[in-house]
Design a protein around this ligand. Structure first.
Ligand code: NAI
Length: 638
């Protein structure tokens, strides 16, 4: 009798071992789950089955990975080493059993789940939309220590393997088949027969051939490793992100055995980066769970305004499976949004039939006929109170009884917008960030008097399109823009006092931001920066540098000139930064931190963790620091 695994032996003597981690919605490889698996192997040592097929008994997927909660509780380097040894030894044992083994993978198969599969002789991926395979440990600041660094390079070649392990990118069933990660990608209805057939085929396990095999040879490893280090260095410094460098080292010098270099392992597990990235993982889980508090289910989304935001919101919802009607003043105004949507579908779906289906789901609707069928109506027309009032008055009488009516406004007050409505209680803000496809966060805005159900429904909708919903109370700039405003203002004041923009940006990139604040202003548009400054900076005079550039008619990236010169969407010949003065980054980030603290104090955002989560997922704030408030408290503790 096992708690987590179910074992059946069929008439051919094949053992089918199905994982159903008790008390969890997804399969995880906790210590208990691994211990039971080890007992199964003991039993098979006594009576070898004709073959072993490992599968999931859960519809939520194959195996999501190790139990990260156990990881969070590690309090010594020794325990961390024990945890690594647990999976490393067990999967080495699985790889050495004399009977054939096969992982039948349907749904997500990540981290330890993929490492278990890699230790099997064969792998079959079921080709349905949920199947994704990868080793995302690096995103948590750790390394795939249960055999991933040893076996993935042996199966798909070191370059492809390092690419997956260093980026955390996942493959769907077909791409996994093409990469050689699985032996077969099959339709769900034939998966069991295919598994049986392959298991009994007697075929030798997949082996690397040709160039890929040579690349994994110890002579070639230093060259591949040097190339990989160079690639990583473009994106992450070893000081901020030690794990990717450790992955390369462990593959190159220890054939993937993390236990061979305890000092390196201890440094990784004990680093603040790892703790903070694990924290960010749990913050993300918390945001996801906030979207589960309502059973609201939508089928049809109607978006009004096919501009930068509305067009991309509509495309994103269609990509995620909704029927979407997109309204603007004319068909001509909708056309560019449809063209952008087609590009997005092409990039994300990479399957002509699926792309066509997504295009069919996105329906141009110049007369607004979709409103009365929609479960969610999002207003994204230009930022003008009168225009929005007029629109809301037309929309309201046509709404279905429990439909969500939402605005994407950045700077108008929900309280002012809803005066046009007869029933303002279901009106909420659903505030997306630009570019919609790239930004994971969506703020769900509650004004006083809003129905709690409307907010919960809005959060559920946001989660259903695979974004992270953050509940925020109505206040100027909500959370994300409110904290960015004083940060960008301070950066431009620093330009006024003589710091070159390139030095300011370099200081913040070195701090860990994905983009410096001056480059960010150029990217957002300097007209928008001026307007945001007016509403969010409490009436203080705008920075001189900003006004001079705007008065000269330059608006940043979109006009080819701002604080920087721009060509083809890139800064032309980035000016060299002068030496970064000590303390510059701290002085620039402090206003952001202080504003975040004030917003928590005022209850605009529920608590410090949610503020950190919002700022990380809404601005890209250095994840390895765990959020601005976490950064401050760690600094004060140090
Ligand atoms: P935009 O100017 O690109 O697009 C607005 C669209 O609305 C235009 O295509 C216009 O023809 C259409 N429109 C205007 N009145 C209309 C009406 N009565 N009926 C139907 N269509 C109408 O504007 P953008 O940048 O997309 O902004 C839209 C909203 O999103 C604004 O409320 C803005 O504050 C908000 N927002 C903008 C962000 C950005 O980065 N641009 C980020 C987050 C929110």
């Amino acid at each position: 009798m096992m708690k987590h695994w179910q074992l059946t032996v069929d008439t051919e003597g094949i053992a089918w071992l199905s994982l159903d981690t008790a008390g969890a919605s997804m399969n995880k490889l906790s210590a208990e789950v691994l211990a039971e698996f080890s007992e199964c192997l003991n039993r098979f040592d006594q009576h070898a089955p004709a073959g072993l097929i490992i599968q999931s008994a859960k519809s939520s997927g194959f195996i999501a990975g190790a139990d990260i909660e156990e990881f969070r509780q590690l309090d010594s380097a020794e325990k961390a080493r024990e945890l690594i040894a647990r999976g490393w030894d067990l999967f080495n044992r699985l790889a050495a059993v004399p009977y054939p083994t096969l992982a039948l993978i349907r749904g997500i198969c990540l981290g330890g789940g993929l490492e278990l599969s890699l230790a099997c002789r064969y792998r079959i991926a079921v080709d349905d939309s949920g199947t994704r395979m990868g080793l995302p440990e690096v995103l948590l600041g750790i390394v795939p220590g249960w055999g991933g660094m040893l076996r993935l390079p042996q199966v798909i070649g070191p370059q492809a393997a390092l690419n997956m392990m260093l980026t955390g990118k996942t493959l769907d069933a077909r791409r996994a088949r093409r990469a050689g990660l699985v032996d077969l990608a099959v339709a769900p209805r034939v998966m069991k027969d295919s598994a049986r057939g392959l298991l009994r085929s007697g075929k030798p396990p997949r082996q690397l051939t040709g160039l890929a095999r040579l690349m994994n040879h110890s002579i070639a490893r230093p060259i591949i490793a040097a190339m990989a280090r160079k690639q990583v260095a473009k994106k992450a410094s070893p000081k901020h992100y030690p794990a990717p460098y450790a992955i390369i080292d462990i593959w190159q010098k220890a054939n993937g055995n993390a236990l061979a270099n305890p000092t390196l392992l201890d440094a990784i597990v004990g680093s603040s980066t790892t703790q903070n990235l694990v924290r960010v993982f749990f913050l993300q889980e918390r945001l996801k769970s906030l979207g589960k508090e309502s059973a609201f289910k939508a089928q049809h989304v109607h978006v009004v305004g096919a501009g930068v935001m509305g067009g991309d919101i509509a495309a994103w919802c269609a990509l995620r499976g909704y029927t979407v009607t997109l309204q603007d003043q004319s068909t001509e105004q909708i056309a560019p949004a449809l063209a952008r949507a087609a590009k997005l579908f092409g990039k994300r779906l990479r399957d002509p039939l699926k792309e066509r289906a997504a295009r069919d789901r996105l329906i141009p609707d110049p007369t607004g006929a979709g409103v009365r069928h929609a479960d969610v109506v999002i207003e994204a027309i230009y930022e003008n109170l009168e225009a929005k009032h007029a629109l809301l008055k037309v929309l309201e009488p046509q709404l279905k009884p429990n439909a969500i009516l939402a605005t994407n406004t950045s700077s108008l007050r929900i309280e002012d917008l809803r005066t046009a409505l007869r029933d303002p209680s279901r009106f909420i803000g659903i505030h997306f960030f630009n570019p919609v496809a790239m930004m994971p966060l969506v703020e769900v805005i509650e004004a006083p008097g809003a129905q709690a159900q409307a907010i919960a429904d809005g959060m559920a909708f946001v989660r259903s399109i695979d974004k992270l919903p953050l509940p925020v109370k109505s206040a100027p700039g909500f959370l994300v823009n409110a904290v960015l405003a004083p940060y960008m203002l301070t950066a431009m004041r620093a330009v006024d006092t003589g710091h070159p923009p390139s030095t300011i940006d370099a200081a913040m990139r070195a701090f860990g931001m994905p983009m410096g604040p001056v480059e960010l202003a150029d990217t957002v548009g300097l007209d928008i920066a001026v307007a945001a400054g007016r509403t969010l900076s409490g009436g203080v005079a705008p920075p001189q540098c900003l006004m001079q550039i705007v008065e000269a008619g330059h608006l940043g990236k979109k006009t080819g000139r701002g604080f920087y010169e721009w060509t083809n969407g890139k800064i032309a010949g980035r000016p060299a930064a002068s030496a970064i003065p000590a303390g510059l980054a701290e002085s620039l980030i402090t206003p952001l931190v202080e504003r975040a603290e004030a917003l928590v104090r005022d209850g605009v955002v529920m608590d410090a963790d949610l503020a950190d989560a919002g700022i990380i997922f809404g601005t890209g704030f250095a994840p390895f620091l765990g959020g601005p408030l976490n950064w401050k408290s760690n600094r004060s503790a140090a």
